[in-house]
Design a protein around this ligand. Sequence first.
Ligand code: ATP
Ligand code: MG
Ligand code: MG
Ligand code: MG
Length: 465
Amino acid sequence: AIRIDQIFKNETAHLEKEVTIQGWVRTRRDSKAGISFIEVNDGSCLRNLQVIADRSRPELESVVERLATGCAVQVQGVVQASPGKGQSIEVHAERIDLFGWADPAVYPLQKKRHSFEFLRTIGHLRPRTNTLGAVARIRNRLSFAVHQFFQKEGFFYVHTPIITSSDCEGAGEVFRVTTLDPAAPPAPGNPDGNVYSQDFFEKPAYLTVSGQLQAEIYALALGKVYTFGPTFRAENSNTSRHLAEFWMIEPEMAFYDLQDNLELAQSFIKYVISAVLDDCQEDLNLFARFVEPTLMETLETLVRETFQVITYTEAVEILKKSGESFDYPVEWGTDLQSEHERYLTEKKFRKPVAIIDFPRAIKPFYMRVNDDEKTVAAVDVLVPRVGEIIGGSQREERLDVLLKQMEIKAVPAEEYQWYVDLRRFGSAPHSGFGLGLERLVQFTTGLGNIREVIPFPRTPGHADF
Ligand code: ATP
Ligand code: MG
Ligand code: MG
Ligand code: MG
């Protein structure tokens, strides 16, 4: 069998040739003249391939009459130029095999536009829709581009732990790991009736909220590394850009200062967006037509223009003078809210904005303290529609300053002995950032809700499958 995208990629080479395709029926339409038109999609691309079946042939008729939306089929036939509108080729069926029937009376996906809310209730079927299929292909392209970019830049891919004793101080709410005790008698009070130890084999452990601290270990040995893996935060609120489980890309570089870090972040985002613009045009067009009319413009602006760089202090000034009525007031010393981020990227600068030098008090202990002693060398990259997409910083490499920071922020020194050690033995300036893959997919597709850009969203109350 051949994948449908391969036929579309070189239509002329396949003309008059016999092919076998395998996929799922999207629609079937019967003409009075005894011809059936069957749209087949195999997931390789957005487009369906139209199959023409002559029902005067009994061996075809007996199968075709049962075909409905959702059926899994294999079609053997000859590729012909199509006289129909909307496609240049079609397959004239010689033989059709029905692998799995789908009862049209109960199959939830029909030829109409379903709401995203509805599709979330059928997470096992929604990847068969145009939208979710396109998201999956774009997400795949972005993920691959992540590796392409870092590998070409000489980074090493390291695997930081999922279960960790570090809660990455201040990055977010942690999930704690517990152990099921099979010997214990059932505990009727627990929702699942089981007994759990409080700890991971006698010691407390958590699901990682960031691989940064461990990535620092490897950056200070291999020079340039990145980690790209699942990340967990017990975000107990329902926003359109937070998940309890998401995928984070975290490069960490020795001998990089904040400026180097920012430049890397910029070329990285431009690279991965260009990859999608080059290779996923058809899927992108779907979003540009139905979801976000200014999508292409926003993506092309990002690739073309350099990011606007402003300090946190400047951002606060701009927001105060904006004349906008925000839900949350802006005061120097408070974190920016998504409404502020959107104002800066969508109204003020109309392109990505990098904010640097945040107040020391609102950032974690590991960020490098600036000479003014009031701010740290942090950077947030904001993009239109999504807001924060990257959070990064230069890390504090000076032993005395780090210890002071840990004291101020009440970070337990015993638990971070190894982290302190990195400043005692061959310390070097270093920097890194974290970018949530889902925020990137949201930005790339224009989709408003993060639940649509990950195959299996985990949010409060939802860990289905
Ligand atoms: P936010 O302000 O949006 O809550 P954050 O500042 O808490 O984000 P960081 O700790 O800086 O997030 O993490 C780095 C990046 O990881 C963020 O810029 C974002 O792209 C992504 N990210 C953070 N939390 C989540 C989440 N709950 N779901 C999806 N992506 C997230
Ligand atoms: Mg957060
Ligand atoms: Mg933030
Ligand atoms: Mg952040």
